[in-house]
Design a protein. Structure first.
Length: 241
């Protein structure tokens, strides 16, 4: 019996080591993804957007040269297209690297995310912040922001929702993010990682981010019931700057 107990203890240690290694790997991948997003955002801003701005200026000069020319309207259409592309790329860089999150904090960044999502999609989105807002560690704020971002994307891509509620609560013992929609909902599998088989990698990403922070992530849904994503980060893991 003692030998069996020793073998079980050894197996438990091996499982724990494997879990720790997997957690470290996922953490490294997540950090790498954020660094790559920052790099892409810088390249798009410093290269592509600047080139398009220069092109747009040339188009404006062309419009002046074609002041009374019948093809002036073509130049005007080109300017409109270039302006829209620049705006789209700026939204993309904002999603890749949320500058407002770094400069103004989680509350402002979340409010801007909600406003932008509602403006560019056929959604009515409300954002409510309760409690006493406080700056959190950069990693914690990024985790909350990315999970909110992914939850909103799921509403847009999959749920068919028309209304979404985002609630961020600062409490004495925790910070809680809640994203609820009135969409179609879905059948929640017993094992959340089953989402990878149906290529719903966004939900898997939310789960992994929460686990890396030692946070609780609950997804409550059912066919025709909408969906609620609730993230709770407890104070011991919520390191302040």
């Amino acid at each position: 019996i003692q030998q069996l107990q020793a073998e079980l203890n050894q197996m438990a240690l091996q499982v724990k080591d494997a879990q720790d290694s997997l957690r470290d790997y996922v953490d490294a991948v997540t950090v790498g993804q954020e660094e790559e997003r920052k790099r892409l955002a810088r390249e798009i801003h410093d290269s592509t957007i600047q080139a398009l701005i220069a092109l747009n200026q040339r188009i404006q000069l062309l419009q002046l040269a074609l002041y009374e020319h019948p093809r002036r309207s073509d130049a005007e259409q080109l300017e409109t297209m270039a302006t829209e592309i620049i705006a789209d790329l700026r939204r993309l860089t904002g999603a890749l690297r949320p500058i407002y999150l770094e400069d103004l904090g989680l509350v402002s960044a979340l409010e801007m995310l909600v406003a932008e999502t509602g403006r560019t999609n056929d959604l009515v989105i409300s954002c409510e912040v309760t409690g006493e807002p406080a700056r959190l560690s950069a990693r914690t704020e990024l985790t909350v922001f990315r999970i909110a971002q992914e939850a909103l994307q799921n509403c847009i891509k999959h749920s068919g929702a028309t209304e979404v509620c985002v609630h961020l609560a600062f409490q004495a013992e925790a910070v809680t993010l809640l994203v609820a929609d009135n969409g179609s909902g879905f059948k929640m599998p017993q094992r959340p990682m089953t989402f990878t088989q149906s290529r719903h990698f966004g939900i898997v990403g939310m789960i992994e981010r929460a686990e890396l922070m030692g946070a609780d992530l609950q997804i409550r849904t059912g066919p025709g019931q909408g969906a609620i994503v609730e993230l709770t980060i407890h104070l011991p893991e919520m390191l302040r700057d």
